[in-house]
Design a protein around this ligand. Sequence first.
Ligand code: FEO
Length: 392
Amino acid sequence: MKARKIVDNVYWMGAIDWNRRLFDSLVPLPDGTSYNAYLVKGSEKTALLDTVDPTMVDVLMEQLKDVSQLDYVVAHHAEQDHSGALPEVLQKYPNAKIVTNAKARDMLIDLLLLPEDRFQVVGDGEVLSLGDLHLQFILTPWVHWPETMSTYLPERKILFTCDFFGSHLATSDLYAVDQARVYEAAKLYYAEIMMPYAKQITKDLDKISGLDVDIIAPSHGPIYDNPQFIVDAYREWVHGAPKNYVVIPYVSMHGSVDKMVSHLVAALAERGVRVQQYELTVTDIGKLAMSLVDAATIIFATPTVLAGPHPLVAYAGVLTNALRPKAKFAGVIGSYGWSGRPIEQVSSLIPSLKVETFEPVLCKGHPRQEHFEALDRLADAIAAKHQELGLE
Ligand code: FEO
């Protein structure tokens, strides 16, 4: 892909990674991703905002082929998918300075072994003149690392936000024209890396709310020429009450847990509670994370394996604990061969969640009538709790 003009003297650069399927050796990328960089040409100075993943350095260097002068490279974030081409860019432009905040500078030195004298450190709110255009730097930390910042270009009313508002979406669309698809991808991205930092993201949202912004340009996925769309979505994900919605991560080895989950799902649906079950041997863990943005209740369902919960259920518990969703309730159901105690231990995997827990429903071997009745009572309890809170 060649550089693409956004507005006068501001260009999209970067690389679309159509085929990448895993990020950070953890996050599934069902729709690939992009690494967006931006070129801003002032009357006196030129700046590149971010670079690309090291695997796609060649794409960026080809786009920079006809850019003879580069004075600044703004590094919003030290993670390598945006900083990975800095060594090559610095080599091509020996007088260019990396402009970033002190925390990001230290991290970039640690991660990429960049020389300290190539940095120009800026503070929160500081403005860098490019002549007729100006870059104002705004610290927007914890989206998902502590050093991340954004840049505001007042003359064009563009806010460059790096991971903030990004989406892992490979598309030829420069702008978010397919809003439903972008909403889904952006929510997935929020769920996977930003959800644990909801409080800090509230502060970041407040911080940018006073800016006059026509365009939000993140470093993953398409650009927003209707910024309110993504800002409103973030406010809902961060502040919105959990929904009348239950998520059930589970594994079944010989069918007993499967029968329990099916019964509970039907019982919840009958009571007007939305529910999503995730069989963890086939689940895209990102989809589970996305459901956790909305879920009021999480019910883990597991058999006993090697004197503990199934490892995939334990993993779902660890992940849920790390993501710190806003769920209000949690519970465990399951089947065991000779001891139910290990199943109950699932609750101990989510100590960071401030949840009220339901009485576990456990059966020895195959579930019987008494267990199905206990699951009905669990569904009653969940529906009542959701109703008490007025969840929709
Ligand atoms: Fe897109 Fe945190 O890097």
